[in-house]
Ligand binder design. Structure first.
Ligand code: AFP
Length: 326
């Protein structure tokens, strides 16, 4: 089986980017080890602090953030780092060529129940003009990413990565510690009968999403003329992994609860990297009105509505949004 290094070289990645990705993954392997130790390593449960989003941090959120922050800032490849768990950007090496954005531990509510969790990341070039702690440099559209991926800490530890030449899946071989290419060129089926949404928020959705989901639930007897199945892992990393594996539609839609936070998911740490992976695998990713990767961010912790997955199903969902707009 091909090793990660060979695939990255074949994809024409510059050496420094390869070294950065390998450094980041060294951190993820450490997180994977801590996750697998669970209660034995005392990593379950909450801290007494909240992150900048006002969410109570789990011990593993803090540990994972620290592992990645240490390894990336010491690597020399990174000029600055932005993290879901940090209030502001973390300046690293003024001569570093890259900016890295991370959700160190996605799916925090799954930690204590031994269910799916993961690390999500994306990498951009660092503009030469930037000071290492200038958040402005992170406010580039997702189309500027040079790499994005996630590591899923499941029954096996899996890496899904794109550098803009397709989306490839790797499995961590714990016998020698390397990621081996187990799913080259992932393609998302264009059609699906499966969707993922937190239905308990239904009363807060906009009309187009209300109408779209109602038609899915109506199944064979409704306008779609077929039955749909629903899945919700409560960790985007798990839901997206399923969709990259067998198709589906994932949404955390616009929500009226907090108009200044249109949706729950973060553009830099969740929506953009997953949109890049999805598009490179033949899927689509939109807010309902705009391609996610074209959004010009206004702040590093910005939240956006997310609709992504199988191409034809995303297009169908967007039709409901277009109808409403016209
Ligand atoms: P964390 O980033 O705090 O772990 O939250 C996970 C998440 O942002 C995303 O991965 C899930 O899809 C979503 O939240 C789950 O949200 P619900 O709590 O509404 O199920």
């Amino acid at each position: 089986m091909k090793r990660l290094n060979s695939q990255l070289q074949e994809d024409g990645c510059p050496l420094e980017l390869i070294l950065l990705i390998r450094t980041l993954l060294a951190g993820c392997k450490e997180i994977s080890f801590r996750v697998s130790q669970g209660e034995l390593a005392g990593v379950l449960g909450s801290t007494l602090s909240d992150n900048v989003q006002g969410e109570r941090q789990k011990k593993l959120d803090v540990i994972s953030n620290q592992i990645l922050k240490d390894i990336l800032s010491e690597s020399g490849y990174v000029k600055a780092l932005s993290s879901e768990e940090e209030d502001t950007v973390v300046g690293c090496n003024p001569d570093g060529k890259y900016l890295v954005s991370i959700d160190p531990l996605d799916g925090s509510s799954n930690i204590d129940i031994n269910s799916l969790i993961g690390t999500i990341f994306s990498i951009q070039h660092a503009p030469q003009w930037m000071e290492p702690d200038d958040p402005q440099a992170f406010l580039q559209p997702g189309t500027q990413m040079v790499a994005a991926g996630y590591v899923l800490y499941g029954p096996s530890t899996v890496l899904v990565l794109t550098t803009g030449r397709g989306t490839h899946g790797y499995t961590l071989d714990k016998t020698h510690g390397g990621f081996l290419l187990t799913r080259p060129n992932i393609r998302v089926p264009e059609q699906t009968q499966e969707f993922a949404i937190n239905a308990s928020n239904q009363r807060h959705w906009e009309k187009p999403m209300q109408d779209y989901i109602a038609d899915l639930l109506a199944g064979k007897d409704g306008p779609r003329g077929k039955d749909f199945n629903m899945r919700w892992i409560a960790a985007m990393v798990g839901d997206i992994h399923r969709i990259l594996s067998r198709g589906g539609l994932f949404t955390y839609p616009f929500d009226y609860r907090e108009p200044n936070k249109p949706g729950k998911l973060r553009l830099l740490y969740e929506a953009n990297p997953m949109a890049f992976l999805m598009e490179q695998a033949g899927g689509e990713a939109s807010t309902g009105t705009q391609r996610i990767m074209e959004i010009l961010p206004t702040e590093i912790h910005q939240r956006v509505p997310v609709i992504m997955g199988s191409k034809e199903e995303v297009a169908m969902c967007l039709e409901y949004h277009n109808r409403e707009a016209n």
